[in-house]
Design a binder for this molecule. Structure first.
Ligand code: NG6
Ligand code: CA
Length: 507
């Protein structure tokens, strides 16, 4: 009997070693985790110079990994940035890649190459946990049935998402295409054009609200918070706003625990510090900056807990972590939540000009770091890199090629073996684009609003050419377009080459 037990123990221990081996010392197929925040600014982390807020867990990734000072999202808003991240295609190539309502159809074609698809072809298990905001279904979604196509049809084996944003209906979790916790006797209906008869709204029922709206956000009320879009029914499925972070965290932890035997790609798309900012009560008041600061602290804590899980499950050394944000910061994005009043000396954009929605640097230049314990040496990189480049770079890492997109293979840059990033990058804000060329940033002339009044952000728009030398003038105070005609000409030529001739309306 004892002999039998011994033999079984021996077999089990070999099995264990064997299964661990799939995921051990593998430098071509590490686990890959993208931790993606929502509206986190270039200056929002202590590792990026913030002095008024302390983000030790994210700082660990920055200080023990590679911290990029010229890391970009493709766009100054969410949907286009996420489109660029997942497809490797510049979002301005797709006119529909704008902030989407919750009922929008899937933006990514199911025939398109995507980051999760590519990794799946390379043998990865793939998952998204968190914010999607890339449309679902064909635009006529019945939320009570299987919702498709969605993340599962563009490469994710597992999806646990919020459809659009926390401020947009439907305010439910969707797991592999099914609304979680839905009661058949209380079906859910969603509409972005008109309200359902008899349903209260933020506009007409201020007595039901516990978070006041400033602009927009006055349609259906869920959990006392007025949202964008109208909803009826589905009460059992509605999320509790203050639990979202914990719920996504435990989903992410559980995913690691149950998929650690073989390489996995996890896109952990957190919802902080996007509006409505609803940190769990454990974090309320902790930053002294109101809910926006508290939500950042909450995100930092979640990342610390997630890292503990990677460690505990024995996969930390076998995991490449990429951290970034989908666009720059905004304080008042539609609710009165004291983000402006309690800001104090904190500068969410750091030294950068503009913010979310802006073609100025703060719109798209975001915290960006790569961390891989034992493989990436700690350091700072000033190379120009963009989230769009992850597709080709991770293809190279996993020993395949991906050159059908706008993505550049910057693997050596992401691993800290080279400082040679992109020469050129097109950035985008609300369909308008600009060129980063070396140290220079050229914004072509555009008609339209230069200041977004309700959010208090400069959009970077002018009817004249703008040309900034970011190395000498990171705060974009000196427009050198007139003083540097040759440099301007060079930038226009490159821009037209990348973007198309008719784009610049030369005066
Ligand atoms: C805007 C919303 C803003 C935010 C943004 C999307 C209004 C007035 N403003 O239209 O609150 O939801 O869309 O943010 O509705 S993003 O980070 O997902 O791009
Ligand atoms: Ca965002």
């Amino acid at each position: 009997m004892i002999k039998h037990i011994f033999i079984w123990l021996l077999i089990l221990s070999f099995w264990d070693l064997n299964s661990q081996n799939n995921n051990v010392l593998n430098t071509t197929k590490p686990n890959i985790v993208i931790i993606y925040l929502d509206d986190l600014g270039y200056g929002d982390l202590s590792s990026y110079g913030a002095t008024e807020i302390n983000t030790p867990n994210i700082d660990l990734l920055a200080n023990e990994g590679l911290r990029f000072t010229n890391g970009y999202a493709t766009s100054a808003t969410c949907t286009p940035s996420r489109y660029g991240l997942l497809t490797g295609i510049y979002p301005w190539r797709n006119k529909k890649a704008r902030i989407l309502p919750g009922t929008a159809p899937l933006l990514i074609s199911t025939k398109q190459q995507t980051l999760p698809k590519m990794l799946k072809q390379q043998g990865y298990q793939t998952a998204i946990i968190g914010k999607w905001h890339l449309g679902l279904g064909d635009g006529t979604t019945n939320w009570n049935e299987h919702i498709s196509p969605g993340p599962n049809e563009v490469g994710f084996d597992y999806s646990y998402i919020l459809a659009a944003t926390q401020d947009r209906v439907p305010t439910v979790y969707i797991k592999d295409g099914k609304v979680e916790g839905l009661d058949k006797n209380d079906p859910i209906y969603v509409d972005y054009d008109k309200n359902f008869e008899g349903e209260p709204t933020g506009k007409d029922n201020p007595e039901l609200i516990n978070m006041k709206w400033h602009h927009g956000h006055n349609n259906s009320i869920v959990n006392g918070i007025p949202r964008i879009g109208f909803v009826k029914g589905g009460n059992s499925a509605k999320w509790i706003d203050t639990d979202i972070a914990d719920n996504f965290l435990s989903q992410a932890q559980n995913y690691v625990k149950t998929h650690k035997e073989n390489p996995f790609f996890l896109y952990y798309a957190m919802n902080q510090p996007h509006v409505p900012r609803t940190p769990n009560e454990r974090f309320v008041g902790k930053s002294g900056m109101g809910p926006r600061g508290d939500a950042i602290l909450e995100a930092d804590w979640c990342i610390g807990e997630f890292m503990k899980t990677l460690k505990k499950e024995g996969v930390l050394e076998h995991t490449l972590i990429i951290f970034s944000s989908d666009n720059g910061p905004v304080l008042n994005d539609g609710y009165y939540d004291e983000a402006v009043e309690k800001l104090g000396k904190h500068t969410p954009a750091g030294k950068l000009r503009g913010g979310k929605y802006s073609l100025f640097e703060a719109g798209t230049r975001v915290p960006f770091m790569t961390y891989w314990k034992g493989v990436i040496n700690p350091g700072i990189s000033d190379a120009i890199v963009c989230q769009i480049d992850l597709l080709a770079s991770l293809a190279a890492l996993t020993e395949t090629q991906e050159n059908s997109t706008d993505s550049n293979n910057l693997l050596d840059v992401f691993l800290g073996k080279s400082q040679k990033g992109r020469d050129d990058l097109i950035i985008e804000a609300s369909g308008k684009t600009a060129l980063r060329h070396g140290d220079w940033l050229m914004i072509p002339p555009y008609k339209g609003q230069s200041y977004k009044e309700n959010v208090g952000i400069e959009l970077g728009i002018s009817e004249d050419f703008q040309l900034y030398n970011l190395k000498e003038d990171i705060i974009q105070q000196h427009n050198l377009a007139k003083e540097q005609p040759l440099k301007l000409k060079e930038c226009i030529a490159i821009y037209q080459d990348l973007r198309g001739k008719n784009i610049v309306e030369l005066k």
